[in-house]
Design a protein around this ligand. Structure first.
Ligand code: TXD
Length: 316
């Protein structure tokens, strides 16, 4: 049988900057499908696509990578991952990006609405929870098919710091972070475990508090060191895990910014909560019991997201 390019899923990366380039490379390496790398900057996505294709003989992947500045090439994508926008500079908060990035997100979402009517859309751009809301409002895609990536990364950072402190394999640490993707995110210590053992049995409260604080500031720590942008390797790998569980129907349980409609007493907002992602997209928001402190922190974080969404609404 002749193989056509339609045999493979199509992933479109909107924004071919630091994260976008790494998304394309990881998607190809993991053979998730063919990749379209889109950016408004002409030439650059083509250059990156070619560079990644030149890796294929060495790494042995068959994915095709196309660089483009035309939405015609993006049309019909199965998965779209959006990083379009500007990143933080030292001293900036994620919220400082809202004004610029909401305009960019409106532009991207308007194009995706007509060109990718069936896509599973993963938003990465900051301020994350407000940007995924913008995407949802403009595309009108069902809530199962618009999701924001932040929790996987924040949880990954939390897990890494725990593993590093205890001197154990990262593979045995389970941790998750809920709430908005801001400094008020909620690392849930209660459910963090190492090889099935609750973290609280392995580490002092002072060490746990230090890790929680470092997790909240981990993005800022990287920004301060890079000076010219924000983290990109780990955000890319986190979003690729989300794309993979969708395309391969893995039904992984991951924290992600999903539309809450009463879960955790949060209504009408995209906030980081544990979800199941499979072939149906965000198939379920899991509601878990939280202790009083985490519940309060989650609501404080959601209040912050609500304020940002108010700012978005004024601009839509
Ligand atoms: O956990 C998370 N969600 C995040 C989010 C972790 C780290 C960084 N996060 C945010 O991702 C960051 O604050 C930014 O808002 C985005 C993208 O970060 P990246 O580091 O990839 O930024 P770059 O390198 O500046 O790339 C952005 C690209 C750049 O090439 C622009 O030309 C392009 O976006 N851009 C556009 N593409 C398509 N369409 C439009 N309109 C457009 N405007 C700019």
């Amino acid at each position: 049988m002749t193989r056509t390019k339609h045999d493979r899923p199509k992933l479109a990366m909107i924004g071919a900057g630091q994260i976008g380039g790494n998304l394309a490379m990881l998607a190809a390496q993991r053979q998730l499908g063919d990749v379209v790398l889109f950016d408004v900057v002409e030439g650059m996505p083509k250059g990156k696509a070619l560079d990644i294709e030149h890796m294929s003989p060495e790494l042995g992947f068959d994915s095709r990578i196309i660089g483009t500045s035309s939405y015609d090439d993006v049309a019909g994508a199965d998965v779209v991952i959006v990083t379009a926008g500007i990143p933080r500079k030292p001293g900036m908060s994620r919220d400082d990006l809202l004004d610029t990035n909401v305009k960019i997100m409106k532009d991207v979402a308007t194009h995706l609405k007509s060109s990718c009517p069936d896509a599973f859309i993963i938003v990465i751009s900051n301020p994350l929870d407000a940007m995924v809301y913008t995407m949802f409002r403009i595309t009108g895609r069902p809530k199962s098919h618009v999701v924001g990536m932040a929790g996987v990364l924040d949880s990954s950072r939390f897990s890494y710091f725990v593993a590093e402190k205890l001197g154990v394999s990262v593979r045995d640490v389970r941790a998750f972070v809920l709430g908005g993707h801001g400094d008020d995110m909620v690392p849930v210590v209660q459910y963090c475990s190492v090889g099935g053992i609750p973290l609280t049995q392995l580490m002092s409260q002072a060490d746990i508090d230090a890790i929680v604080a470092r997790t909240r500031n981990a993005g800022g720590e990287v920004v301060a060191l890079l000076k010219t942008g924000s983290a990109f390797y780990s955000p890319a790998s986190s979003a690729i895990s989300m794309a993979e569980t969708y395309l391969r129907d893995q039904k992984r349980v991951l924290p992600a910014a999903a539309l809450c409609e009463g879960e955790y007493d949060i209504k009408g907002l995209f906030v980081g909560v544990p979800v199941i992602i499979g072939a149906g997209g965000v198939e379920k928001v899991l509601t878990v019991e939280l202790n009083a402190a985490d519940r309060k922190a989650l609501h404080a974080s959601a209040d912050h997201v609500r304020e940002l969404v108010g700012e978005v609404d004024k601009r839509l």
